[in-house]
Design a protein around this ligand. Structure first.
Ligand code: UD1
Length: 425
C-alpha cells in the first residue's frame, strides 16, 4: 500500500489550483439517471470516489464517457447517458466503498418505479443512517422495505409530490429528495432542507434539465415535478473543502499560498475562524489567498451545517490548533465519531483530550514526525498538514483515503516547497 513521506519545516509559498467539488459532482452524476438524454458535466475532479460513482452508474447501464485530465486541477468532462439503463440494483460492493452511492436511490425509483440499493452499513465517522432519505421518499409515495441488507423502493405508478419536513438537516437526504421530486407528479416542498452550496449547484443543474425548483440555498425548497427531464450541460462548483485544506496548510506552515479557482463566497466561516488564529484569508479577482506571518492563536470552534464551519474541515483545523498558542476547544456537532485523528496527532506530540464531542487542544511549541495512519479522508489530510510542520519525518499510511478526495495532493504541496513524496508499494 502506498505511503506519503513528509519532512516538515518548510513554509509553503506558491500557487495551488482548486478543483471541482467532489461533494457536488457525486449528486450531479446521480442526476444523470433522471433522464434518457446525455448529461455533460465539466470540472469533475480526478478522484477515486468519482471513479466509484462511474462504476456504479455503468453497472446500472448508464454509458459514461470520461474526458482526458487536463492538468492537476482543471478537471475532466464526464458525459453520462442514461438512455439505456438496464438495472436498478446498486450492489453492496460499490455502496460499501462509498456512502454517497445511496444518491442513486431517489433518481432510480422516480424514473423507473423501483430501486434496490444496498444499505451503506457502518462508516468510520459514525453510524450515518439513511432513515431521513427513506422517510422522505415514503412521503412521496414510495413503498420501502429492507430485505437482506438492501433498501427495496417501489412506486409502480410513479411518485407524487408532497411536503417533506426533515427532522434534522441532511445534505444527502435533501439531494435525494430534490432529484426524486423533479420527476414526481405535482409539487414537493422540502422543509428544513440543507443549505450547502452543493445543493444549490444540484438545483441549477436540475433546472437546466427542465426541472422547476425555487429556494435552493434556503431551508425551504419547492420543486414542481416534470414527467420527463432533458439532458444538459453543467460545470461543477469549486471544492470549498479542498480550498479550506490548503488554507490550513498555509496557516500551519506560516506561508503564503494563492488558490486560483477557489470561491471566497463559499468559505466565509473558514476565513473568519482563520482570522481569529492570526491567518489572513483574502480574495482577489480569481483566487483566494492565505498568508500567516505572526504567531498562531488558539480558537474555539463548533462545526455546523452550512454556512457554519464545516465538519469536513474540523480535523485540518485541529492540526493547526495543535501548534497554536493557548487552548482551543473544537466541538463536533455533525458526526458522533469524528475525532479519529486525535490519537494519531497525539503520537506526533499534540496535547489533545476528548470529552464527548469536545476536543480540548493545548497548543505545543512543536510537533514531531512519526509514522501515522488514519481511518477517513479528512483525518488523513490533517496528518499530512501536521507532517508539514513537524520536526523530522512523518509517514502517512493508508493513502487510499486521500485519493478519495484530494487530486494531486503531493504534487500540489511539493510545488509550494513542501518536502513530500509518495512511496509506491
Ligand atoms: C455530506 C458530505 C460529507 C459531509 C456531510 C456534512 C457528500 C457526498 N458528503 O454527507 O462530506 O461531512 O454532508 O456536511 O456530500 N443523518 C441521519 N439520517 C439520515 C441522513 C443523515 O441521521 O438519513 C445524520 C448523519 O448521521 C449526520 C447528519 O445527519 O449525523 C448529517 O449528515 P448528512 O448531511 O446527511 O451527511 P451526508 O450527506 O452523508
Amino acid at each position: 500500500m502506498d505511503r506519503i513521506r513528509i519532512r516538515g519545516g518548510a513554509p509553503l509559498h506558491g500557487t495551488i489550483p482548486i478543483g471541482g467539488a467532489k461533494n457536488a459532482a457525486l449528486p450531479l452524476m446521480a442526476a444523470a439517471l433522471l433522464t434518457a438524454a446525455p448529461l455533460r458535466i465539466a470540472n469533475v475532479p480526478d478522484l477515486a470516489d468519482i471513479g466509484t460513482m462511474v462504476e456504479l452508474l455503468r453497472s446500472l447501464g448508464v454509458a459514461a464517457d470520461i474526458g482526458p485530465a487536463t492538468g492537476a486541477a482543471a478537471g475532466r468532462v464526464v458525459t453520462l447517458d442514461g438512455g439505456r439503463v438496464s438495472d436498478t440494483t446498486a450492489d453492496y460492493e460499490l455502496v460499501r466503498k462509498m456512502r454517497a452511492s445511496v444518491l442513486v436511490l431517489g433518481p432510480l425509483v422516480a424514473r423507473f418505479g423501483e430501486a434496490r440499493v444496498s444499505l451503506p452499513g457502518g462508516c468510520a465517522i459514525g453510524t450515518r443512517p439513511v432513515d431521513l432519505h427513506l422517510a422522505g421518499l415514503r412521503r412521496l409515495g414510495a413503498e420501502i422495505e429492507i430485505v437482506d441488507g438492501y433498501v427495496l423502493a417501489r412506486a409502480p405508478t410513479g411518485l407524487t409530490g408532497a411536503t417533506v419536513v426533515f427532522p434534522q438537516v441532511s445534505v444527502g437526504a435533501t439531494e435525494n429528495l430534490m432529484m426524486a421530486a423533479a420527476l414526481a407528479a405535482g409539487e414537493t416542498v422540502l422543509e428544513n432542507a440543507a443549505l450547502e452550496p452543493e445543493i444549490v449547484d444540484l438545483a441549477r443543474c436540475l433546472a437546466t434539465m427542465g426541472a422547476e425548483i425555487d429556494g435552493a440555498g434556503t431551508a425551504r425548497i419547492r420543486i414542481r415535478g416534470r414527467q420527463k427531464l432533458a439532458g444538459g450541460e453543467h460545470r461543477v462548483i469549486p471544492d470549498r473543502i479542498e480550498a479550506a485544506t490548503y488554507v490550513m496548510a498555509g496557516a500551519i506552515t506560516g506561508g503564503a499560498i494563492r488558490l486560483p479557482g477557489a470561491d471566497p463566497a463559499l468559505m466565509e466561516a473558514v476565513g473568519d475562524v482563520m482570522a481569529r488564529t492570526g491567518t489572513e484569508v483574502a480574495a482577489d479577482a480569481d483566487a483566494v489567498t492565505v498568508r500567516r506571518d505572526g504567531p498562531l492563536t488558539a480558537v474555539n470552534v463548533a462545526t455546523a451545517p452550512y454556512p457554519g464551519f464545516p465538519t469536513d474541515a474540523q480535523a485540518q483545523l485541529m492540526a493547526v490548533a495543535a501548534i497554536a498558542a493557548g487552548t482551543s476547544v473544537l466541538t463536533e456537532t455533525i458526526f458522533e465519531n469524528r475525532f479519529m485523528h486525535v490519537p494519531e496527532l497525539a503520537r506526533m506530540g499534540a496535547d489533545i483530550s476528548v470529552r464527548g464531542n469536545h476536543a480540548t487542544v493545548r497548543g505545543v511549541a512543536a510537533l514531531r514526525g512519526a509514522p501515522v495512519m488514519a481511518t477517513d479522508l479528512r483525518a488523513s489530510v490533517s496528518l499530512v498538514l501536521a507532517g508539514l510542520v513537524a520536526e523530522g519525518e512523518t509517514t502517512v499510511n493508508r493513502v487510499y483515503h486521500l485519493d478519495r478526495g484530494y487530486a494531486g495532493l503531493v504534487e500540489k504541496l511539493a510545488a509550494c516547497g513542501a518536502e513530500i513524496e509518495r512511496i509506491r508499494g
